[in-house]
Design a protein around this ligand. Sequence first.
Ligand code: PMP
Ligand code: GLN
Length: 375
Amino acid sequence: MSKLPNIGTSIFTVMSKMATEYNAINLSQGFPNFPVDDRLTTIVANLAKENVHQYLPMAGYPPLLSKIALLIKKSYGRTVWPETEILVTAGATQAIFTTIQALIKTNDEVIILDPSYDCYEAPVLLCNAKPVRVALNDDYTPNWETIEKACSSRTKMIIINNPHNPTGKILTESDFEALEKLLLKFPEIIVLSDEVYEYITFEEKHISSHTRSLLLNRCVMVSSFGKTFHITGWKIGYLIAPEHLMIEIKKVHQFLVFSVNSLSQVAISEYLDVVSVEEIGSMYQEKRDYFRNLLKNSRFKLMPCEGTYFQVASYATISNENDVDFCKRLITEHGVEAIPISTFYADGKDLHLIRFCFAKDNATLEEAAKRLCAI
Ligand code: PMP
Ligand code: GLN
């Protein structure tokens, strides 16, 4: 009998496979197609000849832990302790899985806000716990009243994703105030803050959980170097947690991966000395604006995009089909691939919206837009 009877193959795997079969332009799975920074590839090439190929300490390469602490201090003014509060993980996916396995018990409940990224639910189910999927408002703001109604003494975690995949929304000051009020009412709830797109925001500044003093003692913050440095295939990220939670998280981590691959840890540690995360937002803002401008005269209606490298678009004036069928036809008839937003909802809510990834070189965006404008 399956332990996960209702979980199938991820939509990103399904769509990317279809893109290859049909030779379509892949704007579905979120990954950049432009070259990685030369400085990083040079570091890797040089390091490959060095003695960096054996196990590193379980929590991470010590200089990398210190540099992550420095990055957080510079970005958010928060002091985190490298030895006790930082864990290097095999991507944000492993950070999320490990945190949930470590902190959630049988019959606990975990609040997940829909539409939601797909890696939250399965780890909750594997704990014999209950994912409680609460829909965001139609403008993708959180409905704190509904969220509070969904909370009870069984609720042990709320997962927030900020900036938000797939909608591109970011949380506001008043969202954090509402969350903090909720935490006062429910002292057992821990926040799992998925901030893999923390450096990809535009006009509005990202408010990180790192800056919320009321959250710090009850929050696990997750980040991904894959997203920040355009190296999604490296599968490396980290989590920050207060020591009392980290002790439990490390108990799981040591038996899931023990330590993350050495070459990428040492390479990123060196790269952090030369790279600046401040330019990432403006680089992607240019791409967002370029892509939106190319689609200006199309029949798609573009939703606001405050962060991430995803653009949500409505095809309601083009077709009445459900979004999965529309995306399939987009591939087979027009050679462009997108992700149907209904797949991010527990109940498959279909608002005729699809997600495009604009982390692509200009030639790819231009060709995709040409095809999309012809529809
Ligand atoms: N969370 C969100 C919201 C994501 O979009 C992704 C995809 N990268 C992840 C987590 C997983 O990140 P990683 O590739 O570092 O495991
Ligand atoms: N995070 C990526 C996205 O949203 C997908 C990563 C994956 O394929 N698991 O497109």
